[in-house]
Design a protein around this ligand. Structure first.
Ligand code: IVH
Length: 671
């Protein structure tokens, strides 16, 4: 074969493979068998192997990944990627419909209703019909270039039938089946599992090794274009049909509705079908169908006025309460946990849910053997929603709250105005152990390796009863523990020694004084400088500090009145544990001129240049309030690599996101 013949042959094979792949991945209607596809694919590989100069970027062989990226470049979206306003009820939907009709001055409006796919928004650019760039939504204005990762997604055409310039937008997601298989594999390999398909999709798209993305079986549904210029459609429903003709995968479940009643029927229908769909949806998107009317309605700063999203209430699943367990916390509070028959809820298997306190059990009259509905609050935390009384087994008896501590057997009490049951025996072993676990934890003394299992053994063997005794441990002591070899014994010992030089706010937090969290500990220590000075402080001294109130002041002064505490501090001092504050004096928010001053900041993902604690300290010194979860009150999210649900939440709330580099340059400016 001469070169021209090879070229012709290659084109023919590629066209056939592409047609088959389109039928399989885009239309969900395969005509060729896997066997035939694989055979022809191998032929293509061979031919390309002999003529590597003839490999084109749109060849099916180029989808397997292989490029190792060093990072993701920023992409500024020509047309911003907005988010949608939300409605949560029929009456809110009616209000949306009324606003639309009023603004348009019409009696009826046609709406295009679509499934709200629970994945990641993406935008795909085509030049002369060729796929040239794919990006994430990012903060809506600037996203990340994930072109190479998206090349591996079979449902995304690498070349369109027509040589047009087009930017299409939609959702990239992981089908439920692929998600379950992926998690099963990860579990077998001892890796962390993904919480839900959306996180799995996000993690897969941000892989630097694109071969990993290729193996993750992602798919897409496209639903709009950045600029309608190249399309003929004059309405959303026509645009969906046209996108499908052009070669994109379009979700077929969309429907034109002409009233709230029809929309509501659509919503209810798909709410019921939700669990049987092969992909996850988290609501329904309702869009004014006619483009002229869409234009007339326009946009607010954040979202189009012509569309809204109805969010489904959290998914409820039935299971049975098999047992109620009680655990004792560091402060003696008993928390009940329902142990249930394992069930899948919102993407993961659940078998335990906190029942919070005795009142919660009593209010719901929750009993062992009861059938209950459970859901995931915020799609994450399992909660019992209600008891299915009709299914209550005959002979069931009300649950009796414990009267005695399950560990030390002393009588439990209800402190004034508290719903919690408490064990008030200060020598209760469960509490002592929890106190030790708290002392070594990351935000306290940060003693690496001394996890709950090790601590439990140290405690059970009588090697450690209080925190001062930790500092008397020798390497040999650890060798008495199960499965602990010399190397780990040495590491444990070293970690304990290293913790002696921590700045004292860690110690203060680690002591577990009621109401003194990590942040309050930091403020107190930066103010008083030494534990000894704090121990001398009066209530008035503490209340005088900005952001410290009566409750903390009371708790701190009461704590230091206890003689045993002074004994403990003396022992810590004798063991050479640092009792002084070593950080820079905290800047009070009003003194800071930083752009972070007074801002609520959330850190997520892996950071390269800072540890989390360092960055937190730095931001706090500039007057920022660093919190753990993203909410409407968050001002800035700082996202390292592999950021997951917090980043997605930030994006959905339109909260500005900064990556580590942007942050670094900002922090340089602050110096
Ligand atoms: S239309 C102006 N249609 O939901 C924004 N969005 O909260 C146009 N989504 O960021 C979005 N399915 O990631 C639209 N059928 C659908 C959707 C959909 C999922 C996501 C999308 C967007 C978010 C809006």
């Amino acid at each position: 074969m001469d070169n021209a013949e090879v070229k012709k042959e290659l084109i023919q094979i590629k066209e056939t493979l592409k047609a088959w792949a389109h039928e399989y991945y885009v239309l969900d209607q395969p005509t060729a068998s896997d066997y035939d596809y694989d055979k022809l694919y191998r032929q293509l590989e061979e031919l390309e192997g002999q003529h590597p100069e003839l490999i084109t970027p749109d060849s099916p062989t180029q989808r397997v990944g292989g490029k190792i990226l060093t990072g993701f470049e920023k992409v500024t979206h020509n047309v911003p990627m907005m988010s949608l306003s939300d409605v949560f009820s029929r009456s809110e939907l009616e209000a949306f419909d009324a606003r639309v009709k009023k603004a348009l001055g019409v009696e009826t409006v046609a709406y295009c209703c679509e499934l709200k796919i629970d994945g990641l928004a993406i935008t795909l650019k085509y030049q002369d019909g060729l796929f040239v760039q794919g990006a994430t939504r990012g903060d809506g204005v600037v996203g990340e270039n994930i072109t190479e990762n998206l090349r591996t997604v079979q449902a995304i055409p690498m070349r369109l039938a027509q040589a047009i310039n087009l930017e299409v937008r939609g959702e990239c997601y992981m089908p439920k089946k692929s998600f379950l298989a992926l998690n099963e594999r990860r579990e077998q390999e001892g890796q962390d599992v993904f919480a839900n398909p959306r996180n799995a999709a996000a993690g897969s798209l941000r892989q630097l090794d694109t071969r990993v993305t290729a193996q993750r079986n992602l798919s897409t549904f496209l639903y709009t274009v950045a600029d309608f210029g190249p399309l003929k459609a004059m309405s959303q429903s026509a645009a969906l049909a046209e996108l499908s003709t052009v070669g994109f995968r379009v979700n077929p479940e969309y429907r034109l509705c002409h009233s709230v009643a029809e929309i509501w029927q659509y919503i209810e229908e798909y709410h019921a079908k939700r669990t049987s769909l092969p992909y996850e949806i988290d609501g329904i998107v309702i869009k004014v169908d006619d483009f002229a009317q869409q234009n007339q309605l326009g946009f607010t700063v954040k979202a189009p006025r012509f569309a809204t999203a109805y969010k489904f209430p959290p998914e409820e699943v039935e299971t049975v309460i098999e047992e109620i367990e009680w655990t004792i916390g560091r402060t003696g509070v008993l928390t009940p946990t329902a142990v249930m028959t394992p069930v899948r809820v919102a993407g993961s298997t659940v078998s335990r849910a906190s029942l919070h306190n005795g009142d919660f059990i009593a209010e719901k009259d929750l009993r062992i053997g009861d059938h209950v509905l459970i859901y995931k609050a915020g799609d994450i935390i399992p909660e019992v929603a209600k008891v299915l009384l009709a299914k209550r087994p005959a002979g069931s008896v009300p649950f009796v709250l414990p009267t005695h501590c399950p560990v030390c057997h002393s009588e439990l009490v209800h402190l004034e105005e508290e719903v919690a049951l408490r064990c008030i025996n200060p020598m209760c072993e469960a509490q002592l152990l929890e106190g030790l676990n708290h002392f070594v934890s990351r935000n306290a003394m940060n003693i690496d390796g001394l996890g709950p299992k090790i601590m439990q053994q140290l405690f059970a063997k009588g090697l450690v009863k209080d925190v001062a005794e930790l500092y008397r441990l020798q390497e040999a002591d650890f060798l008495q523990l199960d499965k602990v070899k010399e190397k780990s014994a040495e590491n444990f010992y070293r970690a304990i020694q290293a913790s002696k030089s921590n700045s004292a706010e860690r110690l203060l937090f680690g002591l577990g004084i009621r109401h003194v969290g990590a942040k309050a500990a930091k403020i107190l220590m930066s103010h008083f400088g030494t534990i000894a000075a704090l121990a001398q402080a009066t209530k008035e001294d503490i209340v005088a500090i900005d952001s410290m109130g009566e409750i903390i002041a009371d708790s701190v002064t009461t704590y230091f009145k206890n003689q045993e505490v002074h004994q403990l501090l003396a022992e810590l001092q004798a063991a050479a544990v640092n009792l002084n504050y070593l950080g820079a004096p905290a800047v009070s928010p009003t003194e800071s001129t930083s752009e972070f001053n007074g801002k609520t900041v959330v850190l997520t993902g892996k950071l390269v240049h800072y540890t989390r604690d360092e960055l937190k300290a730095r931001l706090e010194s500039l007057g920022a309030n660093v919190t753990g979860s993203v909410s409407k009150k968050t001002d800035i999210v700082i996202a390292g690599t592999d950021a997951g649900s917090k980043l997605i939440k930030a994006q959905s709330l339109n909260i500005p996101v900064m990556d580590e580099e942007q942050l670094q340059s900002k922090l340089m400016e602050e110096q």
